[in-house]
Design a protein around this ligand. Structure first.
Ligand SMILES: *Cc1c(COP(=O)(O)O)cnc(C)c1O
Length: 384
């Protein structure tokens, strides 16, 4: 084409992609669609020889991320989505239809609780929420039309560790699909798929991304289920954008280093707070994996500690309604993640006004411990 007119030339200034450019990091394919040199080339897409057509369906950056997480989880396939919530939704819709029934853990993430009990019930999907710590209760809740057992490998905020072997055995016994949210454990600590779990979901917003700069999700599992889930993602428009996928995957490269340091810091802090007279309870898992037990510590402050003052006395530890960043942060479940639950539902799972969730970062363990000890000491109510 001769770019004689400025109006045409201004649009067609483009890098010659026929050159082989060996960039060290994956380029961001910030494109909504892909071009074809002729009709045979276009046909090759539909014959499955050429992977990319339209980014909502598939993009090299979202592929890189979903392949990476599937690889870390040792799963057959994966799909990247716009958020953890859309990954959860796609996974569930790959398995259940109106008239079907889900048995879910009563202590799931607040957003998941809401999805199950409002949106999905609205679609005519039945849901029972039970204590997955008691597999007899799970067994008792399974009905003729049960299609899915849904739980988290490590729960929020009390860090109950799911018995994956028991869960998988129960699923197999009743021919029910199992799905596990592995956000808190990450594949560095646990790989539920290797236990036989069918679908594993991540809010990649948290540890996979790791830097609190992106919202994304990844679902991995068997090839067949991921194919079905991908259709849901594409049709619902829940795909991840190329840039968000690129950012998430950049963060994911340091997952092992981060989890190692964050888990080790969290374990040291949990030990220190157990010795503190003003901390009523410390929730920290006894055993998640041989590599560590995760980077979340939940505490219940003693009645004589003023929570408002505690939150004001934390110095460089900020209040944030999220977790998993490289910085240590704190959150208040009553006001954030579990706000949508009724007080009765909260009470049933043990969340009260003194419960605080700590997300431990990569800073020095000594500094983290000192910061919390100082804030607690500063918040003890005067007794007259
Ligand atoms: C944050 C979170 C989600 C939801 O993920 P988003 O990326 O915010 O949509 C789901 N499950 C768990 C355990 C989470 O912590």
């Amino acid at each position: 084409m001769s770019h004689s007119s400025f109006d045409t030339k201004v649009v067609h200034n483009k890098l010659d992609q026929k050159q082989v450019i060996n960039s060290k990091s994956t380029p961001i394919y910030q494109t909504s669609a892909f071009t074809f040199k002729d009709l045979d080339h276009l046909e090759s897409y539909y014959e499955g020889d050429s992977p990319y057509l339209y980014s909502r369906e598939r993009n090299p950056n979202t592929d890189e991320l979903s392949d990476a997480v599937a690889n870390l989880e040792e799963a057959e396939a994966g799909v990247a989505t716009s958020s953890g919530m859309s990954a959860i939704l796609a996974g569930i819709l790959a398995v259940v239809a109106p008239g079907d029934h889900i048995v879910a853990a009563e202590d799931v993430y607040g957003g998941t609780h809401k999805l199950l009990n409002t949106e999905l019930k609205g679609f005519g999907i039945e849901v029972s929420m039970v204590d997955f710590g008691d597999k007899q209760e799970v067994r008792g809740a399974i009905q003729e039309n049960t299609k899915l057992l849904y739980t988290e490998s490590v729960s929020n905020p009390f860090l109950r560790v799911e018995d994956l072997e028991e869960l998988v055995a129960l699923g197999k016994e009743y021919g029910v699909t199992t799905m596990v949210d592995n956000t808190f454990a990450t594949p560095y600590l646990l790989q539920p798929f290797t236990f036989g779990v069918d679908l594993v979901v991540h809010s990649a917003t948290k540890y996979i991304g790791g830097h609190s700069d992106v919202t994304s999700g990844v679902l991995v599992g068997t090839k067949e289920l991921i194919q079905r889930a991908t259709q849901k993602v594409v049709t619902l428009g829940a795909s991840l954008s190329p840039f968000e996928a690129w950012l998430t995957q950049r963060g994911a490269k340091t997952l092992a280093l981060r989890m190692k340091q964050q888990s080790s810091n969290a374990e040291k802090l949990a030990h220190a707070l157990k010795e503190n007279q003003s901390v009523e309870k410390v929730y920290y898992p006894e055993h998640v994996s041989d590599r560590g037990h995760g980077a979340i510590v939940t505490i219940e402050l003693d009645e004589n500690v003023d929570v408002e003052t505690f939150f004001q006395s934390l110095g460089w530890v900020k209040i944030a309604p999220t977790l998993a960043g490289v910085e240590t942060t704190v959150s208040y479940p009553v006001r954030t993640s579990h706000r949508s639950l009724t007080p009765k539902e909260r009470e049933k799972i043990g969340i009260n006004d003194q419960v605080i969730r700590l997300s431990i970062g990569i800073e020095s363990a000594e500094d983290i411990i000192q910061q919390f000890e100082k804030a607690i000491a500063h918040s003890i109510k005067e007794i007259f």
